[in-house]
Ligand binder design. Structure first.
Ligand code: GUN
Length: 294
């Protein structure tokens, strides 16, 4: 069994990003990312801080808007429009999920699709569906694909089961894997909580991508001997013995699944670090596209 080291692979992509930022800066251009958080969900706040920190580490411009939970949709959209118009900003991310009084779709549609480094805008969803490389692809599935490529795991012709159908992970993951090219050309099944005989369907997978958002949902009987398992889950579960009172666990019951795998990602240290690495890469790509337009 191989442990897929997401931290190490993320470091490699950060090194590429650092070099790309230096090259752009030498031309007088600094890639800029704006991250907007509404409310005080502690996990979301931690993600937003780590994105901000990573921008600084790579030499990028970073703007962070931390707004109160009661912020109106109109005020949030006004901030998005300001960022759309700001030439120093090449990427805009509004942390999901927003508080319930905000219509997330309306906010996403307000983002300039050329700055939608999350790949959530309908135009970018369409481009991914079309296999058009000019769009942006959501960072978490892009990170999973990069992990597979960097680990030398062949996707062409492989049976892949994507467990989960969210717009952030499951659906774009399935599209990426079925599209043509490196990290693609797979035979993809999308399974979810309503799938009949779920464990049996997952057992058909050469590569199983677990993105269902339930701690340790994938047990040993979900996994074919010698399969590759990518665990997208980051679940906080109460643990009074842990220093913070909680621990992070994936969607996979790691201890019982890992012995059956050819390769598996740990949580933490698997997919998580790749998501932020892909966000930085998307922002740099956006900056390059803006520079090419003028
Ligand atoms: N919440 C969980 N993952 C993501 C992500 O990739 N982007 C945004 N905007 N919110 C998220």
């Amino acid at each position: 069994m191989t442990l897929i080291d997401g931290k190490a692979i993320a470091q490699k992509t950060h090194a590429e990003s650092r070099a790309a930022v230096a090259e752009l800066k030498a031309r007088g251009i600094t890639p800029g990312l704006a991250v907007v958080l509404v409310g005080d969900d502690p996990a979301s706040a931690a993600y937003v801080r780590s994105k901000d920190r990573m921008c600084h580490e790579l030499g990028m411009h970073s703007v962070k808007h931390e707004l109160p939970a009661a912020t109106s949709q109109a005020d949030l959209i006004a901030i998005v429009r300001q960022l759309n118009a700001d030439p120093a900003i090449h990427g805009i991310l509004v942390q999901s999920p927003p508080p319930p009084h905000i219509d997330e779709r309306a906010v996403i549609e307000a983002i300039d699709p050329r700055k939608d480094v999350d790949g959530f805008h309908p135009l970018n969803v369409a481009k991914l569906t079309l296999g058009d490389p000019d769009g942006f692809v959501p960072c978490t599935p892009l990170g999973c694909q990069r992990l597979l490529i960097e680990s030398g795991i062949e996707t062409a012709g492989a049976n892949v089961v994507v467990l989960g159908r969210s717009m952030i992970v499951g659906k774009p993951m399935a599209l990426l894997l079925m599209n043509k090219g490196p990290g693609g050309d797979a035979t993809v099944t999308v399974a979810h909580s309503r799938t009949r005989n779920l464990a049996a369907v997952c057992r058909t997978a050469d590569i199983l991508i677990a993105a269902i958002g339930r701690p340790e949902f994938v047990r040993a009987d979900f996994v074919k001997e010698g399969a590759v398992v990518i665990d997208v889950g980051i679940n906080r579960v109460d643990d009074p013995t842990a220093p913070k009172g909680y621990r992070l666990t994936g969607d996979v019951a790691f201890a019982e699944v890992a012995p059956h795998c050819r390769a598996i990602t740990p949580v933490p240290g698997g997919v998580g670090p790749m998501t932020i690495a892909m966000l930085m890469a998307n922002t740099i790509a956006s900056c390059r596209r803006f520079a090419a337009r003028v």
